[in-house]
Design a protein around this ligand. Structure first.
Ligand SMILES: C[S@@+](CC[C@H](N)C(=O)[O-])C[C@H]1O[C@@H](n2cnc3c(N)ncnc32)[C@H](O)[C@@H]1O
Length: 324
């Protein structure tokens, strides 16, 4: 089975989600400076660079070195208009400073994993694709999912599956994993998927969703510190935007969307005084204006063409002048 593995495919197979809506929200213009905090296959980035011709610039960030290399090749026609940064989006302020970006006109987040990662048999992202159970975007940093599964206690693992996977059978699955690893370590996506399918009973109609989907999501979120990185990156992004600059975020599950919704609402409100305080004493002023009250979602037509877009939610906010 190892012959099927090899270098990741050279050309991206990822289909950008809500592309038209994203570009309408960012409204790229010539001379503008944009950051794509999740460069991935470069689909959204290509559209931003095309729409900001002839001299808009884009800084593409990705924790996955393969995604950076693939997108750099794909976007080579844009020459020095494209800059890249390999690392977590939590380091967006450092990445922007290194690229000479101050007062950015638009920042895009398109969270989670790409189809390129899903089909990569070296990474273990695809439950049905299989491969070593790594699940890190940046394979040079932190602990793989297999390493994590080798040492977490049952309560720690159950808490992780509950918190990051909203997995109703977290305890049962955690106990089964810990019992199994006493005999054989769980090191591949296939082994984990089969083990979860064995122990997790799903009442009701058979589902198209694999029973291990929530478990894989939870482990991926944990090994990449996805929620922590998102909160840090959003906060830094609001400060990086020029007045009138837009922040556009595409999320794929409720844990991510909640963080974005709350970060936008907090920045749009400003004041952080407790509700009972009659007069504001904190002096925190609003820094964002919400453009989308309710998130935009994909049309039926897009969902049919690109099923990945089914769970997507797009939120947009605009940087405003902070009152003195
Ligand atoms: C959904 S894909 C982006 C697809 C891209 N918009 C396109 O059109 O091809 C998400 C990408 O974000 C990267 N990523 C996820 N979390 C990250 C983080 N905290 N920091 C940097 N990159 C991250 C993943 O490696 C993946 O390549």
């Amino acid at each position: 089975m190892h012959e099927a593995r090899g270098a990741a495919q050279a050309v991206s197979v990822h289909e950008p989600v809500l592309l038209r809506e994203t570009i309408e929200a960012l409204a790229p213009r010539s001379g503008g400076a944009y950051i794509d905090a999740n460069l991935g296959g470069g689909g959204h980035a290509a559209a931003v660079l095309a729409a900001s011709a002839p001299n808009g610039t884009l800084l593409g960030i990705d924790a996955d070195a393969t995604a950076i290399a693939r997108s750099t090749a794909r976007l080579s026609e844009y020459g020095a208009r494209l800059k890249t940064f390999h690392g977590s989006s939590a380091r967006i302020a450092e990445a922007a400073a290194a690229a000479g970006f101050h007062g950015v006109d638009g920042i895009l987040f398109d969270l989670g994993l790409s189809s390129d990662q899903l089909v990569d048999r070296e990474r273990g992202f695809g439950i049905r694709t299989g491969g070593p159970l790594d699940l890190r975007f940046n394979t040079g940093e932190g602990e793989s999912a297999a390493a994590l599964l080798a040492h977490l206690t049952v309560p720690e693992l159950a808490a992780l599956l509950r918190e990051f996977g909203e997995e109703p059978q977290a305890g049962k699955i955690a106990r089964a994993i810990v019992a199994r690893r006493a005999a054989t370590p769980v090191t591949t996506a296939e082994e984990l998927a089969a083990l979860v399918a064995e122990v997790a009973t799903r009442p009701g109609k058979p589902s198209r969703i694999h029973p291990a989907t929530r478990v894989f999501q939870a482990l991926r979120i944990a090994v990449n510190d996805e929620l922590g990185a998102l909160a840090t990156a959003l906060d830094a992004s609001i400060r990086l935007l020029a007045v009138g600059g837009r922040i556009v975020v595409l999320t794929y599950h409720s844990l991510e969307d909640r963080i974005v919704k709350r970060a936008f609402a907090a920045a749009a409100k400003g004041c952080i005084c407790p509700p009972k305080v009659p007069l504001c004493g904190c002096g925190v002023k609003p820094s964002l204006r919400l453009i989308t009250d309710k998130p935009l979602t994909a049309s039926e037509e897009e969902v049919t063409k690109n099923p990945r877009s089914r769970s997507a939610k797009l939120r947009v906010a605009e940087r405003i002048e902070v009152a003195a």
